[in-house]
Design a protein around this ligand. Structure first.
Ligand SMILES: C[S@@+](CC[C@H](N)C(=O)[O-])C[C@H]1O[C@@H](n2cnc3c(N)ncnc32)[C@H](O)[C@@H]1O
Length: 382
């Protein structure tokens, strides 16, 4: 009512919703624009215009026809271009198609058994079926800037290797499921007295890779270690002695746990509601004693067979929070198999990939000793 009053008060040429729609209908046929519907036309009396929304059949807004209220002419500059309307129409119908398809999508239950695979992840991942793993938890190899110790010529080359592994892992990960990475900045000790030590913010670069490879950022969890854990790095000693501002360097006692989700139209809820075995969903529920914040306090682990392992306690938390029982958990940088052992403890399946024979040996040995009930069914490929 009030809208009509405005048009009358202002003595507009186009007075009613019906007139605005009629002008718009003529414009659409003139421009040969099909498959669109009108939303409710509205007056904007600041600009003396009628704004007529154009909708798809699913009511998505495709654009607007703008009519000069005083003359009834179309403002072609402000009216959404035909190409834009069609581009949005096609995008919307693709989205709808996907949504409708989802209803029929079978719940992905992986056919994989427990596996230990020796080789370079960039090759081995290509041998796994697509969307056959439900969670990825890993910690990538450490980037060592000292060329004499490093497997990589440059930091960029290192990032490119990790990118390949993220990309190939993404193919085997079920859409909508999680990729969790444990990583931390790297300390580059000074090469001589005249140089300063440096830190490379590896987690920030990993974040870029994940986003570029089609993941959605979910969470940044901090793994906090006891204070003593960082002093070995040597960082902060100078400041501790001299206390000069600008020389301040905190002792690093944290690592990052980056949580990403492979992009999907499916809601997380879908994975819970549609699981064909609801008993498993019940059995997978997390007890009261869970991490309530994004700071997890866990002591580091040591093993003389490998210098860069993460604690099983960390792997168990990640696996508990981001997978269901019987799911398949992949670690493309398997080391001595911590992820696999944690997965087995929690009745999940595991796929471990590791390029070094000695770490494969250690993994096989541990599983044979401590996980003999499942050991015979593990597929080991060297
Ligand atoms: C940080 S360690 C992982 C340790 C593991 N989280 C554990 O607790 O045992 C990274 C591992 O990745 C392995 N690695 C490095 N590059 C690889 C590649 N391209 N393919 C497979 N494994 C690789 C290294 O040999 C190393 O054991």
């Amino acid at each position: 009512m009030s809208k009509i009053l405005v048009s009358e008060k202002r003595n507009y040429f186009v007075k009613t919703v019906a007139e605005a729609k009629e002008i718009s209908t003529n414009y659409l046929s003139q421009e040969d624009i099909k498959d669109v519907e009108f939303g409710l036309p509205e007056i904007d009396d600041r600009y003396d215009i009628w704004r007529v929304p154009l909708l798809s059949v699913n009511k998505a807004v495709l654009g607007y026809i703008i009519i000069e209220a005083k003359t009834g002419d179309i403002d072609k500059k402000k009216t959404t271009k035909k190409e834009v309307i069609y581009a949005r129409l096609s995008f919307n119908s693709q989205k709808e198609g996907k949504k409708k398809g989802n209803k029929k999508i079978k719940y992905p239950i992986s056919p994989l058994s427990n596996m230990i695979l020796k080789g370079d992840s960039r090759e081995i991942l290509d041998t796994l079926p697509s969307e056959s793993v439900d969670l990825i938890f890993t910690s990538p190899p450490y980037y060592n800037a000292r060329t004499e110790y490093s497997d990589y010529a440059t930091y960029d080359e290192y990032l490119e290797v990790i990118r390949q592994v993220i990309r190939k892992s993404a193919r085997v990960l079920v859409e909508g499921r999680f990729f969790v990475m444990n990583v931390s900045p790297v300390l580059i000790p000074r090469a001589s007295r005249s140089e300063a030590s440096k830190r490379i913010a590896v987690p920030f670069d990993m974040h870029r890779l994940f986003i570029e490879e089609g993941f959605e950022f979910m969470d940044d969890i901090i793994w906090q270690k006891p204070e003593g854990a960082g002093w070995a790095s040597g960082r902060g000693r100078r400041f501790s002695a001299d206390r000069n501002p600008l020389q301040y360097k905190p002792v690093p006692i944290t690592e990052n746990i980056l949580v990403y989700r492979k992009k999907s139209d499916k809601l997380i809820d879908w994975f819970i509601r549609k699981h064909p075995n609801q008993d498993l969903i019940q059995d997978s529920k997390v007890g009261d004693d869970y991490e309530k914040t994004n700071i997890w306090y866990i002591s580091p682990a040591r093993d003389k067979r490998h210098r860069a392992i993460f604690p099983k306690e960390l792997a168990k938390k990640v696996i508990q929070y981001y997978s269901f029982k019987n799911d398949v958990v992949l670690d493309p940088f398997g080391g001595i198999g911590t992820t696999g052992k944690a997965a087995a403890d929690l009745e999940r399946r595991f796929v471990l990939i590791e390029k070094e024979e000695e770490y494969i040996d250690a993994t096989v040995n541990d599983l044979q000793q401590l996980y003999f009930d499942i050991f015979d069914d593990i597929e080991i490929k060297r």
